[in-house]
Design a protein around this ligand. Sequence first.
Ligand SMILES: *Cc1c(COP(=O)(O)O)cnc(C)c1O
Length: 365
Amino acid sequence: MTPLLLTHWVRQEIRELSAYETYDHEGFIKLDAMENPYPWPKLFQQALMEKLHSVAIHRYPDPEARTLKQRIRQVLEVPTDSHILLGNGSDELIQILLQAIAAPNRTVLAPEPGFSMYRIIARGLGLHYVGISLTDPFELDQEAMLQAIEEHQPAAIFLAYPNNPTGNLFDRKSILEILAKSSGVVVLDEAYFPFSGKTFLSELTRYPNLVILRTFSKIGLAGLRLGVLIGEKTFLKELNKIRLPYNINGLTQASADFMLSHQQVLTEQVGQICADRTWLTHQLNMLDNITVYPSEANFILIRPPQGSGERLFNRLKSAGILVKYFREASTVLQDCLRVTIGHPEENRAFLTALSAALSPSTDTG
Ligand SMILES: *Cc1c(COP(=O)(O)O)cnc(C)c1O
């Protein structure tokens, strides 16, 4: 018997997906992925290594990561009656949540442009996915959102606050109205909370359908992979049943606990990044012909002249600078580039390369 190609067995909805796009960034100034540009100070690195010596690599880690959870509750100021679930990155928590609710004919709803993993994971699990376009520039289209909620009765709604890749905070009242009018779970993805200082944590007790997602990736622990879901106890208990045992590895548990016990290091770095965001926004605003969207996150979205996006992306790349270009984007993001705030030298290098690429004399180059 001729064997079928193995891809035959891969579900149709997965074959239709494209993989999450990443680049080989060797040697580049990396301003494409919202990482914290600052490494951990030398002195702390040594202390961390000391601590890691005591991790028993030959044993499974604590399946409930109790010590780390205690630390996180304290650091994030989680309300006492809310529960938390840890994930191998918040991406994993999105996956666990959607896996728990995935049933035929259920819908996941999110505004667009938004974080692409909501759609990728939902579609991969066979869920319907409905994206609702933001207004110009990038506020929730409340009428369309409410109508879609009415029509599809989504099992889950994702709202990134601030939104990625646009950088803004959606109107708070609109979000509260969505919470009130949804029977499904509403996920407030606060991945960029450290840079915005705005949260829905205090609304958890008022809205039992609200869950909040946080991550330590954007403030300097991207390599450890650690995300947190905060919400109502009985719901999180159900999700916990499908979390893979030991999803937070021993080195991550020990490192994150250590790093979060020296939170002032991270807080200082975040403060610096916010100051540099202000500086870079101001500098970009002085350039001709580009639109700069105000940001509450650690990145800035810019729109260069029509038709120039790909050329600018390539010019920056030749100058050794990697930013995010929305190649397959809908018209709303056409030409847009998203730049992560780097350290001051990196920001200056980006600015110099961008102004050179924008200047008319180099237009044909
Ligand atoms: C980066 C990002 C995530 C994923 O973060 P990890 O914890 O690294 O998986 C989730 N949501 C949004 C909006 C993001 O920008």
